[in-house]
Design a protein around this ligand. Structure first.
Ligand code: NAI
Ligand code: MG
Length: 357
């Protein structure tokens, strides 16, 4: 139990809408958990800030955030600013700056939620994706020469380090060891085509798996893994993949378990040297932003992951249970789940469920 100093960055688009509901969840859980409290410091960083200052966050932004216990983040992205500028201007610098190499993305088909896949029952789909989060295909390594000429040349380099690769793979195995129900780790690469980085990844996966003989292992090529996520999603337990592949896999996992609006994400600095960052998997959602209809439950679940990381397991459980009850009872639901509730009505319902336990 403690008083936590949280940095809150709503960002852009529906990020602004869902983060308000994440705060409600934190306030609700503090009100029913003795000794637990939060101090919020909100930062107006993102695309508006960029229009005003030319940067998505201040140059000393990482320095400013360093002292916080955790960061709650919404989304970044603007219809009128190129996506590579927004993402590389705000979110990726925090993931790298705080060495948040382990990204954890659970996907679970809750009771009360319908999968777009036929014949799936609650609990049939229950997986956790471990995404390498600081390097791989998202490393800003490359260049562009002779732009606009006939011999324009572009190089985009994937970067795999032993430290980063081993860290994410070991995190996936350790997660299994600490949870009885987790029995298998599936590693996803494309080592038939990418014969340096991905072959290296496969080797590290083999090496690390030798330390966990009790855990079943599997290696799949990414195209096959995408297919299996749609036809046999129940076969997946824990998955581990590079930055880009796990990004794509986690959108498929989110949608086969009912909605992008339910998928949370934890960006963890395993050494706890720096703050970790918690966010919904989804982005700014241009097609629904400003309408007040985004589902805030992904953010509420991200809040539960934050509490778990902070060592507040009892509080985390209260928040997780509240999300499950909202979905099972189906009295207040946003339109992605077949309801008509607004973002704030859904957030109020989650907060009520947290308070009434
Ligand atoms: P997106 O994740 O924003 O939206 C994908 C689809 O999911 C859309 O149909 C959207 O309406 C739906 N959706 C998203 N959040 C939802 C919610 N809470 N409730 C109900 N439905 C929801 O991905 P998209 O459209 O590719 O990207 C839009 C912008 O967001 C781009 O600028 C992109 O770069 C950025 N982005 C930012 C991310 C981040 O900040 N972590 C992650 C993904 C995209
Ligand atoms: Mg994504």
């Amino acid at each position: 139990m403690a008083d936590y100093n949280l940095a809150v960055i709503p960002g852009d688009g529906v990020g602004l809408e869902v983060i308000a509901e994440g705060r409600k969840a934190l306030e609700a859980v503090a009100s029913v958990t003795e000794g637990l409290s939060f101090q919020f410091t909100e930062f107006p960083w993102g695309s508006e800030y960029y229009r005003e200052t030319g940067n998505l966050m201040p140059e000393d932004g990482i320095e400013i955030l360093k002292g916080f216990d955790s960061i709650l983040f919404g989304a970044v992205g603007d219809p009128n600013i190129p996506d590579h500028i927004t993402l590389h201007g705000l979110l990726l610098p925090m993931r790298r700056g705080f060495d948040q190499g382990v990204c954890i993305r659970p996907a679970y088909l809750y009771p009360g939620v319908e999968s777009p896949l036929a014949g799936k029952k609650a609990g049939d789909i229950d997986m956790v994706i471990f995404r390498e989060n600081t390097e791989g295909e998202y490393a800003p390594v490359g260049g562009r020469l002779y732009a606009g000429t006939a011999h324009e040349t572009v190089v985009q380099t994937n970067m795999f380090t032993r430290r980063g690769t081993e860290r994410i793979i070991r995190a996936a195995f350790e997660y299994c060891v600490r949870r009885d129900k987790r029995k298998k780790v599936t590693s996803v690469t494309k080592s038939n085509a990418q014969s340096f980085g991905m072959v290296f990844w496969d080797e590290v996966f083999q090496e690390v798996s030798a330390d966990y003989p009790q855990i079943e292992t599997e290696s799949l090529l990414v195209d096959r893994a995408c297919m299996d996520l749609v036809r046999w999603p129940e076969d997946f337990d824990v998955m581990v993949a590079s930055n880009l592949f796990a990004d794509i896999l986690s959108d498929i996992a989110a949608v086969v378990t009912g909605s992008m609006g339910l998928a949370p994400s934890a960006n963890i600095n395993p050494e706890k040297e720096y703050p970790s960052l918690f966010e919904p998997v989804h982005g700014a959602a241009f097609d629904i932003m400003g309408k007040g209809i985004a589902n805030p439950l992904a953010t509420v679940s991200a809040v539960a992951m934050m509490l778990d990381h902070l060592g507040e397991q009892e509080a985390a459980q209260k928040v997780d249970n509240a999300v499950a009850r909202c979905l099972q009872e189906r009295t207040v639901l946003t339109s992605d789940l077949g309801g008509a509730a607004s973002t704030s009505e859904m957030g109020d319902e989650a907060a009520r469920q947290i308070r009434e336990g």
